[in-house]
Structures are given as structure tokens and as C-alpha cells.
Ligand binder design. Structure first.
Ligand SMILES: CC(C)(COP(=O)(O)OP(=O)(O)OC[C@H]1O[C@@H](n2cnc3c(N)ncnc32)[C@H](O)[C@@H]1OP(=O)(O)O)[C@@H](O)C(=O)NCCC(=O)NCCS
Length: 186
């Protein structure tokens, strides 16, 4: 698709787009006023059903939800029908591949306590930054939850639910995500 018009829309909302960013299908990319949303060079963003033959259930969605939020996506990152949704901060290291239908959420969307939830008190929404290192591989349908840190070269298995800090070169699978191999690149 000729994505120039969409890149124009992104720039209007102050999304910083690198060189040679390729869009397959139309993503949803929304940058809150005052927030930071940077997409590096040579990034591939897939959003149409068969743009990844794993089958995408939804378009790629990349959203900064508060004026202080920050999303930084490094060079050579691949994203397939994933949601990347930040109230605070999500960084994705260079060369990382994000598989089909992955969700990366730095917040819970709603407060845990009933009173705060009914009052729609957004200050009480659990929120912690997520940092994904360089050259990670996140399998399809994984969930990356608030506060997660993945060191360089981590692999996250398909359907894994990840929460916590993981050393570089860990292979993490299951629910809750546990390390089954370490230092895979040494
Ligand atoms: C994580 C992964 C790379 C591991 O591959 P591997 O190193 O060859 O590991 P194995 O297949 O030998 O499995 C090792 C163990 O982990 C378990 N396991 C592997 N992947 C798992 C997963 N996603 N969830 C839960 N358990 C998993 C296996 O059952 C096995 O358990 P066992 O030792 O008790 O028998 C692979 O299983 C995977 O999930 N690939 C992602 C595929 C994908 O989503 N691609 C992108 C599409 S867009």
C-alpha cells in the first residue's frame, strides 16, 4: 500500500518516523499531545490479516495514553498485529521481532480497587515501564505485562505471559513465564 498519507497523519500527531518504515495494512497509531512516540529506521509494521501468515487478529496498535508517556521503537524492529500501549514508558530495542497478536501493556487499564475503578481514578491504574532489549524474539500471542524487562536476545515463547525481569539470552515460556534456557547466545 502507498502509506505516505498515513505517515503524514502520524507526523501531524508528532510521531517521529524513521527512514524506510514499511506499513503492510493500516495500523492504529495514536500519540497523545505532549507524549513521545518514536519509530526507528527500517521498521516493518504489519496490520492486515495475511501480512503475517500466522494470521493477525487485529491491526497493529501503538498508543501513548498520557501526555508524559513515551514509546521508543528501535531500528530494524518488526511488529505483526501487536498492541503497544503506554501510559508511562515502553522501549523496544533494535532488531527485536514482535510476533503476531502480541500485547505489550505498561499498565492495567483499570485500578485494582473497586472504589478507584468505579471513580475512574486514572492515577490509581497500576503502571510500570517496560523495556525490551535488542534482538529479542517475542512469539505470537504473548502478553508482556507492566514492569517487564527483557535483556538482549531474550526469546519469549508463543502464548507466554511475561511479568518481571529477565537476563539477556533467556528463553521464557508458559504462564507465568519461566526461564527454560539461559545464555542462549553464548
Ligand atoms: C520458545 C521456543 C522458541 C522454544 O523452542 P525450543 O528451544 O526448540 O524449545 P522446545 O520446543 O524444545 O521446548 C522446550 C520445553 O519448553 C516447552 N515450551 C516450548 N515453547 C513453549 C511455549 N510457547 N509455551 C509453553 N511451553 C513451551 C516445551 O513443551 C518443552 O517442555 P518440556 O521440556 O517439559 O518437554 C518455541 O517453543 C516457541 O514458542 N516459538 C515461537 C513461535 C512463534 O510464535 N513464532 C512467531 C510467529 S509470528
Amino acid at each position: 500500500m502507498n502509506s505516505n498519507w498515513f505517515k503524514g497523519v502520524m507526523r501531524l500527531t508528532k510521531v517521529k518516523i524513521g527512514k524506510r518504515v514499511t506499513l503492510k495494512g493500516v495500523p492504529v497509531i495514536f500519540n497523545q499531545k505532549g507524549a513521545t512516540l518514536n519509530i526507528g529506521d527500517d521498521v516493518m509494521i504489519k496490520s492486515s490479516f495475511l501480512s503475517n501468515l500466522v494470521g493477525l487478529y487485529s491491526r497493529t496498535i501503538i498508543v501513548t495514553r498520557t501526555a508524559n508517556a513515551r514509546i521508543v521503537i528501535g531500528n530494524h524492529v518488526g511488529i505483526s498485529g501487536a498492541t503497544i500501549y503506554a501510559r508511562e514508558e515502553i522501549t523496544i530495542g533494535e532488531g527485536t521481532l514482535i510476533g503476531g497478536n502480541v500485547k505489550i501493556l505498561d499498565n492495567d487499564f483499570h485500578p485494582v480497587e473497586i472504589e478507584a475503578r468505579l471513580a475512574n481514578d486514572t492515577r490509581r491504574i497500576g503502571t510500570r515501564p517496560i523495556h525490551v532489549g535488542k534482538n529479542c524474539f517475542i512469539g505470537c500471542n504473548a502478553l508482556i505485562l507492566k514492569g517487564t524487562e527483557l535483556g538482549e536476545g531474550c526469546v519469549v515463547g508463543a502464548g507466554t505471559v511475561v511479568s518481571g525481569q529477565f537476563e539477556a539470552g533467556s528463553v521464557i515460556v508458559g504462564n507465568p513465564g519461566r526461564v527454560i534456557r539461559s545464555n542462549v547466545n553464548e
